[in-house]
Design a protein around this ligand. Structure first.
Ligand SMILES: NC(=O)C1=CN([C@@H]2O[C@H](COP(=O)(O)OP(=O)(O)OC[C@H]3O[C@@H](n4cnc5c(N)ncnc54)[C@H](OP(=O)(O)O)[C@@H]3O)[C@@H](O)[C@H]2O)C=CC1
Ligand SMILES: Nc1nc(=O)c2c([nH]1)NC[C@@H]1CN(c3ccc(C(=O)N[C@@H](CCC(=O)O)C(=O)O)cc3)C=[N+]21
Length: 295
């Protein structure tokens, strides 16, 4: 038996098509949603992610505003750019592309973002709202990758309530906020949040009904770590040189043999990445709706 593919491209397309009509409504009420991106330096991966975000915006009718600073930008330059994005009327939400070049304090820069314009859900106020929001509706933006993972599981009817989730990696953009999201009342998963100091990682993963690999070590999650039928989400990204062509390509954290054991598997690329981008658009739309209609 081969795992059912959690198709992020198709699922993101469905999310985007639902957003398009909400964006039309906003526009007919005089609200034009606009996503800003701040990119510092010339890391090729970051450049391509940012370019993708602008393409996504064009596809659904969100304006996009691009601010690029050179690698030589000082922290004062970054601060000034964030300040401008906070005050720009046409920017209803924006992101600071991570990682920032060495020498900038990322957490300090994230704190400068106006929480009402935080499209990534990574401002301490919004992360704090996620911590405080054990139950009830959350109006604050959620971190995009965790939100995309949950959205994908729900759209494929993968049961979450009472299930055991093993999250591998405690990074800011994925693992750490994902644990908070999965354990909210309503989702009700039981989460084991693992990292590089976890003893017997394979044993922790073997107990899980849902496995999320968000590390960045190619093919580290092996088939004999997976409970038969479990849902596996492959989030980590590593750029490797293709042995045959020598060209760079993307590799996930999950060994391909996992497909023979898992019940559901998200490919990488083509899984959680496109969902992350769709949830960024959703955050921009939600923030604009909140401003227009209130809650
Ligand atoms: N597909 C998508 O949409 C997205 C993908 N990503 C990718 O997901 C991955 C995680 O990103 P991010 O959340 O920012 O996390 P970080 O890259 O900041 O952290 C990686 C985590 O993996 C842990 N780790 C490293 N080696 C091991 C190991 N051998 N066993 C167990 N855990 C280990 C680290 O542990 P420790 O804390 O102990 O060092 C750390 O917690 C990256 O590859 C990133 O590129 C990120 C965002 C979106
Ligand atoms: N402030 C900030 N917010 C982020 O959300 C953020 C960030 N910084 N820094 C880097 C990580 C990484 N990330 C990805 C998003 C989409 C894909 C994606 O769509 N990937 C495609 C492939 C893209 C390709 O081929 O290059 C896929 O998986 O199919 C990947 C990675 C968001 N991140």
């Amino acid at each position: 038996m081969t795992a059912t593919t959690l198709d992020g491209v198709a699922t993101a397309a469905a999310v985007k098509s639902e957003l398009t009509s909400r964006i039309d409504d906003l526009r007919s009420n005089g609200v034009v949603p606009g996503l800003g991106t701040l990119l510092v330096g010339d890391d090729p991966a970051s450049r391509s992610y940012v370019a993708g975000k602008h393409r996504d915006c064009a596809e659904v009718g969100i304006e996009s505003i691009r601010v690029d600073l050179p690698a030589s930008a000082t922290t004062a330059d970054v601060r000034a750019a964030i300040h401008d994005l906070n005050s720009a009327r046409e920017v209803t939400g924006y992101i600071v592309q991570l990682p920032l070049p060495a020498g900038h304090d990322e957490n300090a820069m994230l704190e400068l973002i106006d929480p009402d314009k935080d499209a990534d859900g990574l401002h301490p106020t919004n992360l704090g709202r996620l911590v405080l929001g054990i139950e009830g509706e959350l109006h604050s933006p959620l971190p995009c990758t965790p939100a995309g993972i949950v959205e994908m599981l729900q759209r494929y009817d993968v049961a979450i309530r009472g299930r055991h989730v093993a999250v591998i990696g405690r990074g800011l953009t994925v693992g750490r906020p994902l644990g908070l999201l999965f354990t909210r009342k309503g989702l009700d998963a039981t989460v084991t949040l693992t990292h590089s100091r976890t003893v017997d990682l394979a044993d922790e993963v073997r107990r899980a009904d849902i496995v999320v690999a968000a590390v960045g070590v190619p093919h580290m999650v092996k088939a004999d770590w997976i409970k038969p039928g479990a849902a596996v989400l492959d989030v980590g990204i590593t750029r490797v040189a293709d042995e045959e062509t020598g060209k760079g390509r993307l590799t996930g954290d999950v060994d391909p043999a996992v497909a023979e054991v898992a019940g559901h598997l998200s490919p990488n690329p083509g899984g959680v990445g496109p969902m992350t981008r769709a949830m960024l658009l959703a955050n921009v739309v939600k923030a604009a709706e909140l401003k227009l209609y209130g809650r």
